[in-house]
Design a binder for this molecule. Structure first.
Ligand code: ADP
Ligand code: MG
Length: 246
């Protein structure tokens, strides 16, 4: 479903991704852990081309995301391939001037050309799924951080993506709001949604992921099932990181 091949990315003189390979099968859940600055967000942003790689390839759903196209052809290509990926960021980026319902329906109506009534039904269903059906007409400013993040998840799901990308979706939340968002992600996992989850919560990663990648200094230092990475890491760098974060 997602394949990253030898991804390199530099900002100025600094190489931030130094040859990353990642492959995620349909229905798999991959958690990415690692110290701050190790390149986790840059990797995720490169997958949906919010960052352009200097070298390497990204494939989603059998389509190369960073195809060597230019101009209008590239714009068209990227807009269509991005619809296959739902992204949820650390900071809820809901449209503040739109209601919850409008936030969730705008993508399906504008991009998927869905009739408004059908988009409304879909939004109601998805808001039900994240426990917020009663907030359809509310504005984001009236919601808690956890509720906003759940709306952001519903909005991403409304595009019926092939893969969901989460970048520290709970790290800006008050501790008591973390579980309600994690619960939604766990529910998606139980429904076999393909997901790549960057997280600093080791316990959550061990509970939800099929595979864990430990990144440090722009490389994947170690990867494996959570039981191995968390209980029996092979690399010193992984051990040192986990000692601080478990
Ligand atoms: P992580 O998500 O693992 O904390 P990031 O991918 O956000 O790491 O950042 C990795 C490194 O790349 C950091 O040193 C950061 O300062 C740098 N970086 C990220 N984005 C940019 C950018 N747009 N311009 C310059 N440097 C950047
Ligand atoms: Mg980050």
């Amino acid at each position: 479903m997602v394949q990253v091949i030898d991804a390199h990315k530099s900002f100025g003189a600094f190489e931030i991704l130094k040859g990353i390979n990642l492959s995620v099968n349909k229905g798999q859940i991959v958690a990415i852990i690692g110290p701050s600055g190790s390149g986790k967000s840059t990797l995720l942003r490169s997958i949906n081309h919010l960052e352009a790689l200097n070298k390497g390839e990204v494939w989603v759903d059998g389509i190369q995301v960073n195809r060597p196209l230019t101009g209008h052809a590239f714009e068209q290509h990227i807009n269509s391939v991005r619809q296959r990926m739902g992204m949820v960021f650390q900071h809820f980026n809901l449209f503040p001037h739109m209601t919850v319902g409008e936030n969730v329906t705008v993508g399906p109506i504008k991009l998927r050309k869905m009739p408004a009534a059908r988009a409304r039904d879909l939004a109601m269903e998805l808001l039900g799924k994240v426990g917020l059906q009663d907030k359809y007409d509310a504005y984001p400013s009236r919601l808690s951080g956890g509720q906003k993040q759940r709306v952001a998840i519903a909005r991403a799901l409304a595009m019926e993506p092939s893969v969901m990308l989460f970048d520290e979706a709970t790290s800006a939340l008050d501790p008591e709001l973390v579980d309600e968002v994690n619960l939604v992600m766990k529910q998606l996992a139980s429904e076999h949604m393909t997901m790549i989850i960057v997280t600093h919560e080791m316990r959550f990663a061990s509970e939800v992921a099929d595979r864990v990648l430990f990144m440090d200094g722009g490389i994947v230092v170690e990867e494996g099932p959570p039981s191995e990475i968390f209980s029996n890491p092979r690399m010193d760098r992984t051990r040192t990181f986990l000692k601080k974060h478990l």
